[in-house]
Design a protein around this ligand. Structure first.
Ligand code: ADP
Ligand code: MN
Length: 175
């Protein structure tokens, strides 16, 4: 399969989903529970300037995907990473043992993004992204079906359940 030849002693997990679905909350709770490393790609891009400037239309940095992948290659080879990003098609497929797509009911996501200060096109683009399951489709197109899993993230209880089941998955993973 796509992961043959890897020698990781610990798995890598990608947590993806539309902004506001709870990637960072889930990834940091999972990192705390497992002592895995939480890599928030958005923060990394800002901190290490792995971007090509600011996009006024999308109100976000234009991520430089090659720089991000170069920055993470050695870290990912070691395993034990939880990568958190609202995109997944540019990472090497061999990096990940599990790809989690978080999903949130539209009205709940709308409230979260409004609270975060999103409005206008940025708000509606993200709500549409969730309605059309863009991130699930991107993950399914980019990784083997067996490693892609969707998880609901509407409530705090969902976060607890998701972290518990991912912790169990990590503990039973074998190289
Ligand atoms: P993301 O990293 O996907 O953009 P965050 O983890 O930053 O999302 O979460 C966005 C906001 O929504 C935060 O205020 C967080 O506390 C809240 N939130 C995220 N997931 C849930 C959930 N399952 N239940 C309740 N609140 C949540
Ligand atoms: Mn986040």
């Amino acid at each position: 399969g796509a992961n043959s030849g890897t020698r990781r002693q610990k798995p890598n997990i990608l947590i993806t989903g539309t902004p506001g679905t709870g990637k960072t909350t889930t990834a940091s709770a999972l990192a705390e529970a497992t002592s895995f490393k939480h890599i928030c790609v958005g923060d990394l891009v800002k901190d290490k300037n792995l971007h090509d400037g600011w996009d006024d239309q999308f109100e976000s940095h234009v991520i430089n995907e090659d720089l991000v992948c170069d920055e993470l290659e050695d870290i990912m080879q070691g395993g034990g990473n939880i990568v958190d990003y609202h995109g997944c098609d540019f990472f090497p497929e061999r990096w990940f043992d599990l790809v989690v797509v978080l999903q949130t009911e539209n009205s709940i996501l709308y409230d979260r993004l409004t609270r975060r200060g999103y409005s206008g096109t940025k708000l509606s683009n993200n709500i549409e992204c969730e309605i059309f399951q863009v991130m699930l489709e991107e993950a399914s197109d980019s990784y083997e079906e067996e490693i892609v899993t969707a998880m609901q993230s509407d409530t705090i209880e969902d976060i607890d359940d998701n972290v518990a089941s991912l912790t169990e998955w990590i503990q039973s993973w074998r190289p």
